[in-house]
Unconditional design. Structure first.
Length: 345
């Protein structure tokens, strides 16, 4: 009897690359178009256009046998890799300085948002995964949080697409409304930066809102928003534990199993953030890495858009949208209340 020789690792990797290349090429092309769109409408960013274009293209022609593996690869692995590279936007010094000041607002808004997502979501009969995605997206940092959480809870493409679209809709509202609120309350640029950084999700929307209020509010708002991104870690680990218990009822959760539940891309996120703090990186290289991480998010969302089941989105109806509106309002109001109570308003 003859046995077929085992394929070496380079051979397997090469075969995998050939398999996913056509689909990845499609998602990269969509992300490039979305990046051009974001240059003309900066407040949109590139993630939402990539998702929308992907959904439209997928509605016209679903991914076939040739492109489907690469589209799935973009929607999963590229999404996780994007989360890892998001760590390049953070440093330990900025985390310590901004974290101390913004922590009361950040933790309070997150707690209120997640509790309301559970209570209001259940009252509206919204499926568990959808209300989880909308809750973490609104409470933490929009598409980045959704990207981190979706593989942990096993979210479908339609659920991810609906959650991302909902978050961006209310981000757009915040860009227009928040500067008006800030001026009406007589907020300082520093206070508005803290408000926008804790109550607006997507970085591009934070930039747009802060810029409309005052240029001097921009830098602090962005740093607050980036530090807020760290909340992805404890929430993701908690959800991993909850999912483990739900799927393995009665199974003991040992320390070894707990470590195994921590997603590899969250570990990568921390490693990159730590490395960014201690290894001097030239400004041009740092900017290129930030731009690349944002581009990878767009590639991933293009893949999710292409594989989205539009009928499932239609079946979801208006309830998840209402949940997103309620949560966005609660986060904004809670942020203002905590700012007032701490004497920063």
């Amino acid at each position: 009897m003859q046995f077929a020789p085992a394929r070496t690792l380079p051979t397997r990797l090469g075969a995998r690359a050939v398999e996913v290349a056509p689909g990845v090429a499609v998602t990269v092309a969509i992300a490039l178009v979305a990046s051009v769109v974001s240059r003309f409408v900066p407040a949109l960013g590139s993630a939402l256009p990539a998702l929308v274009i992907g959904i439209v293209v997928g509605a016209v022609r679903r991914p076939g046998a040739r492109t489907a593996p690469g589209v799935a690869y973009s929607g999963k692995f590229v999404l996780q890799l994007a989360v890892v590279l998001l760590g390049v936007q953070l440093s330990l010094s900025s985390i310590l300085v901004v974290g101390v000041e913004s922590l009361p607002v950040m933790l309070t808004t997150l707690a209120v948002c997640l509790l309301a997502a559970w209570l209001v979501g259940k009252a509206l009969r919204i499926p568990r995964r959808e209300r989880t995605l909308i809750g973490v997206g609104t409470g933490i940092c929009g598409a980045s949080a959704i990207a981190a959480v979706s593989p942990i809870i096993g979210a479908a493409s339609a659920e991810i697409a609906y959650a991302v679209s909902t978050i961006f809709l209310f981000n757009a509202v915040a860009v227009l409304v928040f500067p008006l609120i800030g001026h009406a309350l007589g907020m300082t640029p520093h206070a508005f930066g803290l408000f926008a950084g804790t109550a607006v999700n997507d970085t591009s929307s934070v930039v747009a809102a802060a810029s409309l209020f005052a240029t001097s509010a921009l830098g602090f708002a962005v740093v607050v928003k980036l530090v807020r991104t760290l909340m992805i870690i404890p929430i993701s680990v908690t959800l991993a534990v909850v999912e483990h218990r739900r799927r393995n009822a009665g199974a003991p959760l040992t320390a070894r199993r707990l470590v195994g539940l921590v997603p590899w891309f969250l570990v990568g996120f921390l490693v990159v953030a730590a490395a960014n703090s201690v290894i001097p990186v030239p400004g041009g290289v740092h900017d290129a890495l930030v731009t690349f991480s944002v581009f990878l998010v767009s590639v991933a969302l293009a893949g999710i858009g292409l594989s989205t089941d539009i009928a499932a989105i239609r079946r979801a109806g208006w309830r998840p949208l209402l949940l997103g509106g309620v949560l966005s309002t609660l986060v904004a109001v809670t942020s203002l209340v905590v700012l007032a109570l701490t004497g920063q308003l």
